[in-house]
Write a protein that binds this ligand. Structure first.
Ligand SMILES: NC(=O)c1ccc[n+]([C@@H]2O[C@H](COP(=O)([O-])OP(=O)(O)OC[C@H]3O[C@@H](n4cnc5c(N)ncnc54)[C@H](O)[C@@H]3O)[C@@H](O)[C@H]2O)c1
Length: 354
């Protein structure tokens, strides 16, 4: 019976992965790790709590994580744990560096000290920075060009994982970069659940600036399937040429090639709830340093590992809106526990801190 250690398991994508893993492998032993930060919710894994071992721990704490590895001896590790909200990273970057950079290194170090069969570090399209309008997409060969506190902390983690890959090739450590995810159990302060839960409470959908920031969207279960494929892929040794060509490293970009603006997302949500977008969408001050556009190319994952997304975007969006409509108890409890966000961006400038 395989032992999986999944971090960030009480967050959005980690919880979806744990649910899916138990469908694929009902006998798997799942060690679910989370420190239950502002984005972690035990209710996300409540339906499977009797089938997992839950460990509340900080992935940036080497002694705690090494002890967990030695106690459970995982075969497979997936590191989803991260601080993930760009807006919050602007207000307080330090927690992001700790979880996303130091945490990535500590997890890699544990898999070196207590060897595993394979380890996937989950990262994001955002490490590539902003895509110019003239370019079709990023690929695994694109330089890391992160420019927000969130994406820079993830890029720092990525660099460390790449260093482990190259320095300790026997470790079987892999890295993924995924497009924006949508689906059940996403924290209600993120764009799609925020839009749905606002409208269901009689509030307008806030859209930053002109709303023409463009994102690449993928259903969360397609992301989970891709991560699982990467985790179990028989990839062979890393070639020498990878030293100067990151496209040859065990790095996979994940996307359904589905580019949508934030304004279009707001329109889709409002119309799915049977309302008129012009009455239910309001434009608010943009956040500082907001990436304008990003899209990535999943061709390597498709050709080398045979992965394909299974969700059609419009249908999956309609199902997602229905999920939040039908699971009001879930998001009301989350909002009651975590509170709601309202940023005054003038307060994040250095002068305002004095
Ligand atoms: N949401 C997206 O659209 C998206 C897209 C691409 C990649 N990703 C990546 O996927 C991963 C999961 O994202 P998500 O959307 O589920 O985020 P999330 O914020 O919903 O969940 C992250 C979870 O990690 C936990 N966590 C954070 N720091 C921790 C620490 N130091 N120790 C233990 N637990 C910790 C949090 O408590 C939370 O439960 C992240 O690495 C993120 O960068 C997310």
């Amino acid at each position: 019976m395989a032992v999986y250690l999944v971090t960030g398991a009480a967050g959005f994508i980690g919880a979806n992965y744990v649910h899916r893993l138990l469908e694929w492998e009902p006998d798997a032993q799942v060690i679910a790790v989370d420190y239950i930060g502002f984005a972690g919710n035990m209710t996300n894994v409540a339906a499977v709590i009797d089938r997992i071992v839950f460990e509340q721990a900080d992935i940036a704490d080497l002694a705690a994580m090494e002890a967990l590895y030695r106690a459970h001896r995982p075969d497979f590790v997936v590191n989803f744990a991260a601080e993930s909200h760009n807006d919050r990273a602007i207000v307080g970057p330090s927690a992001f560096m700790r979880s996303n950079a130091l945490g990535a290194q500590v997890m890699a170090e544990c898999s070196r000290l207590v060897p595993v069969k394979s380890h996937v570090h989950v990262s994001t399209i955002e490490v590539y920075g902003e895509l110019p309008p003239s370019e079709p997409w990023f690929t695994e060969r694109s330089p890391l060009n992160a420019k927000t506190p969130y994406s820079a902390s993830k890029a720092a983690g990525d660099q460390m994982v790449r260093a482990y890959m190259a320095t300790y090739p026997a470790m079987n450590i892999r890295l993924t970069h995924c497009a924006n995810n949508f689906g059940p159990y996403q924290l209600p302060e993120k764009l799609i659940p925020l839009a749905v839960t606002n409208v269901l409470r009689g509030r307008k959908v806030p859209v930053y600036g002109d709303g023409l920031q463009s994102r690449d969207w993928l259903h969360v279960t397609d992301h989970c399937d891709a991560v699982h494929k990467v985790l179990h892929a028989d990839l062979g040794p890393i070639p020498r040429a990878a030293a100067t060509d990151p496209g040859l490293l065990p790095i996979f970009d994940i996307s359904a090639r589905h580019e949508v603006t934030n304004l279009e997302i707001a329109h889709l949500v409002v119309t799915a709830l049977g309302l008129e977008p012009s009455e239910w969408i309001e434009h608010i001050e943009d956040r500082p340093n907001h990436d304008r556009r990003y899209v990535i190319n999943p061709e390597k994952l498709e050709t080398e590992l045979g992965w394909r997304p299974t969700h059609q975007f419009e249908t999956a969006m309609a199902e997602t809106v229905r999920w939040y409509r039908d699971n009001r108890d879930w998001w009301e409890q989350v909002i009651a526990a975590k509170g709601e966000l309202a940023f005054d961006w003038s307060q994040v400038a250095p002068a305002a801190m004095n």
